[in-house]
Design a protein around this ligand. Structure first.
Ligand SMILES: [Zn+2]
Length: 103
């Protein structure tokens, strides 16, 4: 019994590492090409970017998360969304910095 449980945990760990590697490559490639992590299309200069995605792609992702069609952690693990606090426009003044929760 305990042997089976151990094997499952080990396999899950291996899978998790593999996905993380692929996701990291995907994120690095898309970001270096200035592409949206969601749709893969180019991000135009000056366009609003959220969590590495077009604002519209981000909104669509948020809607899907709210509707429980996909989880935020799945998107992050698959390299389709940056983790919170990464990417996007840097807060431009003390007020927006305070709102964004960054210090
Ligand atoms: Zn997009």
């Amino acid at each position: 019994m305990s042997e089976i449980a151990f094997r499952v945990v080990k396999e899950w760990d291996v899978v998790k590492v593999r996905i993380t590697e692929e996701a990291k490559k995907r994120v690095d490639l898309l970001l270096s090409q200035k592409r949206c992590l969601g749709c893969g299309e180019k991000l135009t200069e000056g366009e609003q970017v959220k969590r590495g995605m077009h604002a519209t792609c981000y909104q669509a992702a948020r809607r899907a998360i709210r509707a429980n069609r996909i989880s935020e952690s799945t998107l992050i693990r698959e390299g389709k969304m940056l983790q919170p606090g990464v990417g996007g426009r840097k807060p431009s003044n003390d007020f927006t910095r305070e709102l964004s929760g960054r210090s």
